[in-house]
Design a protein around this ligand. Structure first.
Ligand code: ZN
Length: 183
């Protein structure tokens, strides 16, 4: 949890600056500070609103709620993980479905899986000739020619059952959007 430790360190230093310099610093100073926090957890987008700051990340989202504002987090998936003793600001985190608590389960064996085995049919191309002994001779050329008329097979890495034959279904499953076999 090293990322978590350095995230809290960054947040603490942000809150300390906010506590002592909040009145004298301008927008871009705080923007830079927020970017530093975002960098620790690979944040893609930061939105500053009057009531709160929202960080949208790859694996987690963050919200900073100031002391004067109440955030009803019930049903939102956000959990408070830090409250600053100087500013009273509260920091909430939401883990994204992938890799979080809602890891998809294989509908065949019931195990939690974070990936699928994608078997993609290909044509193998050989150069076919007759050699000096009049025997057929095959020289490998290419194995990267997809067969468009055949679907991939997406297997559970645990039980190797074919769960899906369409990429859309496999993607939805890994995102946690469906928990059953989708055909
Ligand atoms: Zn399985």
């Amino acid at each position: 949890m090293q990322a978590m430790d350095s995230l809290i360190e960054k947040i603490k230093s942000f809150e300390w600056c906010w506590h002592i310099e909040h009145d004298i610093r301008r927008y871009d100073y705080w923007d830079e500070k927020l970017q530093e926090i975002g960098k620790v957890i690979k944040i893609k987008k930061i939105t500053r609103l009057i009531t709160h700051f929202l960080f949208i990340g790859e694996t987690i989202d963050l919200i900073r709620i100031p002391a004067f504002f109440e955030f009803d987090n019930e049903g939102t998936g956000f959990e408070m993980f830090y409250k600053d003793s100087h500013t009273g600001a509260k920091w909430y985190m939401k883990k994204k479905k992938l890799g979080g608590d809602n890891m998809p389960r294989c509908p065949k064996c019931g195990k939690e899986i974070d990936h699928l085995k994608d078997f993609s049919p290909v044509w193998q191309e050989y150069k076919m000739t007759i050699d000096e002994n009049s025997d057929a001779h095959y020289e490998f050329v290419d194995d990267s020619l997809p067969i468009d008329s055949m679907n991939d097979e997406y297997q559970c890495p645990e039980c190797e059952e074919v769960l899906f034959t369409y990429a859309d279904d496999a993607i939805k499953f890994l995102r946690g959007e469906t928990l059953t076999k989708g055909e």
